[in-house]
Ligand binder design. Structure first.
Ligand SMILES: [Zn+2]
Length: 58
């Protein structure tokens, strides 16, 4: 299982521009090579992301 390193979402797609493999997150728009494959770390990221989003929303 792979997770977004920005928001911890599982909703990611693998995009292949030429030779460089990248991932795209459908939830937060993250695009990059780095990806999380540890569910526990992903949970922590998700919590932090949601907390930060709440702070931004006010
Ligand atoms: Zn994401």
């Amino acid at each position: 299982m792979r997770f977004c390193p920005k928001c911890g979402s599982k909703n990611i797609d693998w995009v292949l521009p030429q030779t460089w493999s990248k991932y795209e997150c459908k939830d937060c728009g993250y695009i990059g090579v780095f990806i999380i494959d540890d569910g526990e770390i992903a949970e922590e990221i998700k919590k932090e992301y949601l907390k930060n989003n709440k702070m931004i929303e006010g």
